[in-house]
Design a protein around this ligand. Sequence first.
Ligand code: SF4
Ligand code: SF4
Length: 347
Amino acid sequence: MKQYAVEKPGIRKSVEEILKEEKVYAPVKQENFANYSKIHSYEEIIWGPPQTVIPPKKYFLPASENILAFRKRDGEFEVEPLNATEEIVLFGVHPCDLNAIYLIDQIFAEKNRDVNYLSKRERAVLIGVDCLVPCAPEAVCLRMDGLNPRDRFDLFLTDIGDLYFAEAASQKGEEFLRGRGKPALESDVRKLSAVRIRRDELFDREEKQLLPDYPDLPGLMKKNYVHAVWEEHGAKCYGCGSCNMVCPTCYCFDVEDYMRADLESGVRKRFWDGCMLEDFARVASGENFREERSDRLRHRTNRKLNYLFDKWGQSFCTGCGRCIKACLTHIVSPLEIANEIFQKRVV
Ligand code: SF4
Ligand code: SF4
């Protein structure tokens, strides 16, 4: 990975130049919230808190989209995939969301490659921005291994006072700088390290504790599959699915075909689905494998802390805090559920 020190006005110039050529999306203010949106000027960008309500995964897996068109020709249906064709730049992505995008990239590239999703990812440039203060009281990114972005970006910027420290993990990341960065000096690296130590100490003080040893979360969840916590919390759940909708690592979707009235053509749509919704596990015969909300909460939590963690080697909760904020009954935090299970563990 290449490391550069960039004068602060240099980043502004890069954004302004890229705005003339490409679509740039960044966190912007929307009433009392922040959300990712297309920007037209550098001033619109929110650096740091608050966290956006909806994560940036919406640019790769939109809430609803047409994934292919079909048309009858000579008695047969022809299919046209509707894959992405335009380049975009996502600016200001927080470390937890960079990790989340990386994790769902693995899912969509596994076995049956999802060309629709991957075509959007390949055309996107991810410019991350370090979080130097927690973005919300609900955030638990340090505890859930979401604060370290590794090399899961094209370019990553950290404010080290007088300069930005820029880490470029790809050619696209370097091109964004347009030659404005100078190779980082030893003194810049020392400043970066001091900023990150202060950041970690602050997050450690502010974030809720995770009681069990982090690497053994899957083990804890497995051993306590049968536990009173599911009934207790499930009894308070509305089954609204808000926790799924705001989560950067939830990727489940449903697919429906829409035929036009002439019965000659139509589109296939996909749209977000969520395991906390009642119909999610209902099958054609009418059977529902997770009819009870307690079963759905157990399933969702196990997906984050056990099944996918086991498979991919990292928690699928990156600690962004969005579900905790969105849940009206305050029951859904994977970290707090893990703590409760640990305190009242069966084995
Ligand atoms: S489970 Fe909640 S805190 Fe964890 S990544 Fe998803 S929305 Fe964020
Ligand atoms: S856990 Fe909370 S946000 Fe999720 S479905 Fe239940 S009530 Fe809704």
